[in-house]
Write a protein that binds this ligand. Structure first.
Ligand SMILES: Cc1cc2nc3c(=O)[nH]c(=O)nc-3n(C[C@H](O)[C@H](O)[C@H](O)COP(=O)(O)O)c2cc1C
Length: 194
């Protein structure tokens, strides 16, 4: 269960950028691990929106979490505590885990128990999937809600037709119900790998 090799600093960066389209491919699905500050309960949520990169001379990952998620409440309820990104081996069983954790809320489910997967904790108490192939342990250092004006600034000044402008109206397409994403930029502290 704790049979991971740990990487940090330059080595973590090297691994991250050489493997981020293979073993740590956010677009194929990851599980964001957080803890409910009040109940102490661990939770995992499937996510595919985000990326890895460099900001402020640090290796970072980006993720976008809607305000309706239990995960959002957990992050906001325990500011200063890190989060984890668990990447599973590409098996059929793990595809079912990703589907389950992307369709059920930890607010009323124990996803670790329902999916029969183990929960491990980092030294600082961040929950992650014990049998993951790779895990990124990171700490949010910046967050901002997606704003309508952020799209308008570019759309209104682009040289395009009205129909192209309406196709490009991503705010209406994705946020007409008011369930906004908050973007988090998280500093990567450790990578755990088999
Ligand atoms: C493939 C897939 C990818 C998803 N990606 C995201 C994402 O990037 N951001 C997000 O807020 N929700 C995303 N979701 C939805 C959440 O995983 C889903 O609402 C989940 O039930 C939230 O769990 P929670 O309430 O325990 O946090 C995704 C769902 C699936 C199935």
């Amino acid at each position: 269960m704790t049979n991971f090799k740990e990487y940090s600093g330059e080595k973590a960066k090297e691994i991250l950028f050489s493997q981020s389209t293979e073993r740590m491919n956010i677009g194929k699905g990851m599980l964001i691990g957080t803890k409910d500050a009040g109940k102490g309960k661990p939770n995992i949520m499937t996510a595919t929106w985000g990326g890895v990169g460099i900001m402020w001379r640090r290796a970072v990952c980006f993720c976008a979490i809607r305000h309706s998620r239990y995960t959002y409440k957990n992050i906001e309820g325990s500011v200063g505590v890190g989060i984890s990104l668990s990447f599973l081996a590409p098996t059929q069983e793990n595809a079912r885990v990703l589907a389950f954790c992307g369709g059920h809320s930890g607010a009323d489910t124990d996803k670790f128990a329902e999916c029969r997967i183990g929960c491990a904790y980092s030294e600082s108490g961040i929950p992650y999937v014990a049998d993951a192939d790779s895990v990124i342990l990171c700490r949010p250092i910046y967050s901002q809600d997606i704003k309508k004006e952020g799209f308008e600034h570019f759309r209104d000044n682009c040289e395009c037709t009205n129909s192209q402008k309406s196709e490009a109206d991503l705010f209406s397409q994705f946020y007409s119900d008011g369930d906004i994403h908050r973007m988090y930029i998280c500093e990567i502290e450790k990578i755990l790998q088999r």
